[in-house]
Design a protein around this ligand. Structure first.
Ligand SMILES: [Zn+2]
Length: 307
């Protein structure tokens, strides 16, 4: 069933696990995520970026997720990185059960004002709001920040922001970046865990970790073997994700890992079956690989068995 994110995330933070939030933009990715959720008995957040809505259409995506949510499992339909207030309003009015307002690149006062406005809209429909303070580096749909311009979240400002805006969850910048090239400047992946701890001591609402893909070696190998050129792609270590969840992160976003699995699966199928023109046969391996990735995340985040 479709539910707002708030109660799921509050419970997850209290019990020290995280609900996985997967970005989807087509049928196969949604099916993979749902298949994993059903077999792992995990709550799940299905999220669409503004780019996904541009690609597939908001009405198509809502319809797909409504069908997927015809189960007893708790499912959230969430707008990821909403920046366009008109689009956010439309999502709230059209059946999304959670929205993110991302004003992290705005001046602080504007971020506060706009987040409050979105919270006001969301309350009329009893749905949840995620907000962001601090700027994440990297590239995602419609999100592009020069790495050196990115700023980490200040714990005291995070508390003031959460109190003023009354948002339900808070995305923080603690050293992750979007895309497949996390920590490009450094030789080893690193989350600023002391900073997260300081934030979590002050901010009692669920904390959200973006840019949290692991970039699995085996999946990367398949993609590269079949011609993908991905350079020095590198993700976050599983142990760092666990440490972050232990310190208050209750929602972990995953986009890159599913994209990599999709790419690896499609490339392999196309290369190995030159005479096949059936899209179902070409997309099936990608769907299976994405299911496997989603299951692994549910185990890692501790959400398996929590539905
Ligand atoms: Zn993000």
């Amino acid at each position: 069933m479709l539910i707002p994110a708030k109660s799921l995330l509050v419970k997850a933070r209290a019990k020290k696990y995280a609900v996985p939030a997967f970005n989807i933009n087509n049928l196969e990715t949604l099916q993979a995520v749902m298949s994993a959720a059903v077999s792992m008995k995990s709550p799940v957040i299905i999220q669409t970026s503004e780019g996904a809505i541009e690609y597939a259409g908001m009405d198509y995506l809502i319809a797909l997720v409504r069908v997927a949510a015809q189960t007893k499992l708790p499912i959230v339909l969430h707008l990821d990185h909403g920046k366009d207030l008109k689009l956010i309003k439309r999502a709230i009015d059209s059946g999304y059960t959670s929205v993110m307002f991302d004003g992290s690149s705005e001046a602080y006062a504007d971020n506060v004002r706009n987040t409050k406005l979105v919270v006001k809209w969301a309350r009329t429909k009893k749905i949840s709001v995620e907000a962001e303070i601090g700027v994440l580096a990297g590239i995602e749909d419609k999100v592009s920040v020069v790495e050196r311009g990115a700023t980490m979240t200040d714990p005291k400002q995070a508390l003031e922001f959460a109190t003023k805006t009354e948002c339900d969850s808070l995305a923080v910048a603690i050293g992750t970046s979007h895309g497949a090239f996390k920590f490009a400047e450094k030789n080893h992946p690193h989350l600023d865990l002391p900073r997260l701890e300081a934030i979590a001591q002050l901010v009692k609402i669920p904390i959200v970790l973006h840019g949290a893909s692991g970039v699995r070696e085996d999946v990367l190998k398949i993609a590269v073997h079949y011609g993908a050129k991905l350079g020095e792609a590198r993700g976050i270590l599983d142990q760092d994700i666990k440490a972050a969840i232990f310190r208050g992160v209750a929602k972990v976003n995953i986009d890159t890992d599913l994209r990599l699995a999709f790419t690896a699966g499609v490339r392999e199928a196309v290369a190995d079956s030159p005479s096949v023109i059936d899209p179902r046969k070409l997309l099936m391996p990608a769907r299976l690989l994405m299911t496997e990735i989603a299951k692994q995340k549910m185990k890692l985040f501790g959400s398996a068995g929590k539905a």
